[in-house]
Write a protein that binds this ligand. Structure first.
Ligand SMILES: [Zn+2]
Ligand SMILES: [Zn+2]
Length: 392
């Protein structure tokens, strides 16, 4: 893999480079921060995609100006060039990258106390080496930032597929705010499991009528194809998709994505009941997720909260762990955080999750808006060479 580097001491130049192209990693030297810390902070805030970029800082923890780097979800401090090279090498392995643009459940919450984990609702982007098209899951309010990030690049066109798990508000509310839909050079396919009231086009056009919103589907300039997604595996360039129907109040997909020799399960809305009803659901779910490298699952409640909300379609984090443990899943990311759960509670939940690291999980944590998971691709699926993840 060829690596292209850009070296600069000038913040305007850095801004120009960041806008034109999302870097794979960012190496920041103490001297650069000394003079540019506050401008640098402004640039990061302006460019939402930058938060996903892992940063390696060459300096010490006591350096002034380090505050600007706290806006990144993943930064590590190194003192010597040798550890810098090792860290960079690890981060630059050809990987499947999973980016969380929205992790909140039910409704967006733009509150001060939700800033750390993020207030935007479900939206996930997956990328792998060689992919020319975008692969997006759900179009909650998080997709707006993804669209802004894409619109800033001076590319002539962008194409992609958006797989919506189900049409509850929190999974489609960002849909008309996705800027690439307003460019006639762009092409998208929107996928959705069949609903009681019809397929993807009927559902979205029913939501986007003048009564509810000024933009209707026929006002979108991009070429858009609507696909009613079937449960069976469908192969696309670079990846395949299949799904299991979740235990939720409308037909909802638990998507299984095979990409870069890896298997990722995305299940933002799924109730794992405490009892055995619906019949065999837990067993079916366990069979479906077995062997996956990464599971991203609904954990909106604590067990205590769940007991008052049984049948609402979401899971308690304790129950998710209990059900997932026997399947041998090593990497579990809990998502769809309740809008009434503040950062402090999520932080303490995250700390409690750490007790499961090593037994049986290698990685277990809550998802954060702006975080990225990098998992190295496997060329030969039978020979799993390494599972070490970079989690921001
Ligand atoms: Zn939801
Ligand atoms: Zn839902």
């Amino acid at each position: 893999m060829g690596v292209e580097g850009h070296f600069t001491h000038n913040i305007d130049d850095a801004e120009r480079v960041f806008t034109a192209r999302q870097p794979d990693i960012l190496i920041v030297e103490k001297n650069f921060l000394d003079g540019n810390s506050s401008r640098f902070e402004k640039v990061i805030k302006l460019l939402p995609g930058l938060r996903f970029v892992p940063v390696i800082y060459l300096g010490t923890r006591d350096d002034q100006g380090l505050g600007a780097l706290s806006l990144f979800n993943q930064f590590q401090i190194v003192r010597e060039t040798e550890s810098l090279i090792n860290s960079a090498r690890e981060l630059l392995l050809p990987s499947v990258r999973i980016r969380f643009w929205g992790v909140r459940g039910s409704t967006p919450c733009a509150n001060f106390e939700n800033i750390e984990y993020g207030g935007n609702t479900s939206c996930l982007e997956i990328d792998a080496p060689g992919m020319q098209e975008l692969l997006i899951f759900d179009s909650g309010t998080g997709i707006r930032n993804l669209g802004n990030h894409l619109a800033r690049r001076n590319e002539t066109s962008c194409n992609g597929r958006i797989f919506i798990t189900h049409p509850h508000w929190d999974h489609i509310q960002g849909f008309p705010f996705f800027k690439p839909f307003y460019d006639k050079n762009n092409k998208f396919s929107i996928h959705l499991p069949e609903q009681y009231r019809g397929g993807a086009q009927e559902i979205l056009s029913g939501h986007l009528t003048k009564t509810f919103f000024p933009v209707t589907l026929d006002m979108l300039d991009a070429t858009i194809e609507y696909v009613t997604q079937s449960e069976e595996r469908v192969d696309y360039d670079h990846y395949s998709i299949e799904y299991l129907v979740a235990n939720h109040s409308t037909k909802t997909a638990i998507y299984k994505i095979k990409i870069g020799g890896r298997t990722i399960i995305y299940s933002p809305d799924n109730e794992l009941p405490l009892k055995t009803t619906p019949i065999r659901f837990i067993e079916k779910f366990q069979e479906f997720i077995e062997g996956a490298d990464i599971l991203i699952h609904d954990a909106q409640y604590t067990l205590q909260q769940y007991k008052e909300r049984e049948g609402w379609g979401h899971s308690a984090w304790e129950r998710v762990i209990e059900v997932v443990k026997p399947t041998g899943i090593k990497n579990l990311f809990l998502t769809h955080h309740d809008p009434d759960t503040d950062d402090e509670s999520l932080r303490s939940r995250d700390r409690r999750l750490q007790q499961y690291v090593g037994a049986p999980f290698e990685n277990i944590c809550l998802t954060k808006e702006g975080a990225e998971i990098r998992i190295p691709i496997v060329k030969d699926e039978k020979k799993v060479n390494r599972t070490k993840l970079n989690v921001s």
